[in-house]
Design a protein around this ligand. Structure first.
Ligand SMILES: *Cc1c(COP(=O)(O)O)cnc(C)c1O
Length: 386
């Protein structure tokens, strides 16, 4: 059994993949070829936003978004400690300071009430009501929040938007895991000033290599992102308007993603069925994911909570013995990572994230996971007879 089975998908679209790749080899425009624009248009339409800017990875998408918003030293950028390192890494890369905010225990996404408290704590430089990073006496300016749509479920954007408006924060949606998800009638990738997604192979819409995309409704930000993507390009190639990066999406990846996107909406529905079946099979044994009304997850991961870390270890061992791969996303919250040691956060400061990290684990999930495999998993956990 595979944790994610990319071969089953490939079999369905082999001819289209080969044709799309062959087309790139024939026209030879490996950088910024027509497939990049075609993919940008298709995904912007799907999400329902005006602009999509393909880039080299989800990490670059986040980096470019922060650069486009002029985030830098002395700026505070709020995000969750219960995410992949890339979300917060880009903040530090630009010399800004990540300010962590704990998560909601049901959705694993940033808690808007805590966000409000965290921004006030930064505004007043007062850690009495919310933990703050060590800034060696320096004062931070609250600038932006990066909500993460963890495991594919969009964060609570209405509540986050209200807090952001009150404190004049920009919002950057980390939709790396949620492409295909929905929140109150809008698709993931449509939230905030700029949304960022990833085409890493294991993501819901994954390519055969690295890739990512920024999405926005803002014409000005679109132009800036396009400039940043190519070394801060100005009116022509050798006219540089700003500091940028080499952040382009390869034409060949765009061609592959176009072939995959053709079946993507159907795959999102298949993921719903797999998740529904897990929820039925596993009810009572572990805490299964509950999707808030009006939301749809893209099911990048199917993550459950054991009672404690000992029970998690026992369940994972049982599954391993039955040939079922599992994974832990994420075993160590970011405020406890060596990379952020200089922020001097302490254990216990984000209790929900720490609790989840100690007992969460993920089961295999992909659109082609057979129902029989899911029953085998339940049987291995002694939930049904095998
Ligand atoms: C995967 C991921 C990223 C980074 O995407 P890459 O394409 O791997 O650079 C950022 N944020 C989250 C939440 C992710 O899961």
């Amino acid at each position: 059994m595979d944790f994610i089975d990319l071969a089953a998908q490939q079999q369905r679209i082999t001819d289209k993949l080969n044709a799309n790749i062959a087309r790139v080899l024939t026209h030879g425009q490996y950088i910024n070829g027509p497939e990049v624009r075609e993919l940008e248009k298709a995904l912007a339409d799907y999400v329902g936003v005006k602009h999509a800017i393909g880039c080299a990875s989800g990490t670059d998408a986040l980096l470019m978004a922060l650069m486009a918003l002029d985030i830098g030293p002395d700026d505070a950028v709020f995000t969750t400690p219960f995410t992949f390192i890339a979300t917060a890494e880009v903040i530090s890369l630009l010399g800004a300071t990540p300010v962590f905010v704990d998560i909601d225990p049901q959705t694993f996404n940033i808690d808007p009430a805590q966000l409000d408290r965290a921004v006030e704590a930064v505004e007043k430089s007062d850690p009495a009501h919310h933990p703050l990073p060590d800034t060696a006496g320096g004062k931070l300016r609250p600038r932006a929040v990066i909500p993460v749509d963890l495991f594919g479920l969009p964060a609570d954007y209405d509540a986050i938007g209200a807090v952001a408006a009150r404190h004049n924060l920009a919002v950057i949606e980390d939709a790396a895991q949620s492409f295909g998800g929905e929140y109150r009638g809008r698709r993931a990738g449509a939230f905030g000033d700029i949304a960022c997604t990833s085409f890493f192979p294991a993501k819901p819409l994954g390519g055969y290599g690295d890739g990512g995309m920024c999405l926005t409704n803002d014409d000005r930000l679109d132009a800036i992102l396009r400039s940043i993507r190519v070394h801060g390009q100005g009116s022509d190639k050798y006219n540089n308007a700003r500091i940028g990066i080499n952040g382009r999406l390869d034409t060949i990846q765009a061609a592959i993603l176009l072939a995959k996107f053709a079946i993507f909406p159907e795959e999102i529905e298949l993921r719903q069925e797999v998740a529904r079946r897990y929820n039925e099979l596993l009810a009572g044994a572990v805490v299964t994911p509950q999707i808030p009304a009006g939301c749809k997850s893209a099911w990048a991961q199917y993550s459950v909570l054991a009672r404690d870390s000992a029970e998690r270890a026992a369940l994972m061992t049982k599954l391993k013995e039955a040939g079922v791969p599992t994974a832990i996303y994420y075993p160590k919250p970011l405020h406890r990572q060596e990379a952020f040691a200089s922020l001097d956060y302490r254990e216990g400061e984000f209790p929900v994230s720490e609790d989840c990290a100690s007992r969460i684990f993920s089961l295999p999930l992909h659109p082609y996971l057979p129902a029989d495999d899911q029953r085998r998993i339940a049987a291995a956990l002694n939930l049904i007879s095998g």
